[in-house]
Design a binder for this molecule. Sequence first.
Ligand code: MNH
Length: 180
Amino acid sequence: MKGIVFTEFLEMVESKFGLETVDNIIEQTNLSSEGVYTSVGTYDFNEMVSLITGLSDEVNIPVDDLIYTFGLYLFTGLANAHPEVIKSYNSPLGLLYSIEDHIHVHVKKLYPDAELPTFKILDKTDTSISMIYSSSRGLYRLAHGLIEKAFEHFNGSADITYELIKEDGTEVKFNITQNG
Ligand code: MNH
């Protein structure tokens, strides 16, 4: 998993829960990187799982809720790190429609070792999109937060529902309808 995900995660923990919580979860978790990340580095995905589990224990919030909250936070971090990617879009549905064929293709050029999910578009209208998230990492709640923030980025909002196609969350169908 790319370092930018780790640096954004620790920033979120600091801003929402404080520096002491950052220190506690890094101390209590057995991390091979000792909690030191650079945005261009690549680290074991299990290390992220440990950090999120540690945070969940520390603040008594379910892991899934924390992952969703992190998705909301991460969208802004990715958009700020790569403004050129976001600038090509003038609507959230246009952006979502292009994750697979443009955004993540661009990401793969920037970070050849990135491990990205796939999004298969099932249907798109002027006001809605449905698509299937697939990834062995099962981070569909992260996708949920990222999708929701994409609408906020364009000063809009959406009704977002999902259905697990596979119980372990490695394949999930999203139905997204924009409001207004
Ligand atoms: Mn994208 C990882 C979904 C926009 C760059 N992205 C992920 C993951 C999800 C995801 C989910 C977690 C990995 C996984 O599930 O297997 N990404 C989205 C969605 C949007 C999105 C739903 C839009 C909404 N992503 C973007 C944008 C950028 C970007 C915009 C950058 C300009 N994404 C990344 C990077 C990773 C990532 C970088 C980390 C890959 C890795 O850790 O190896």
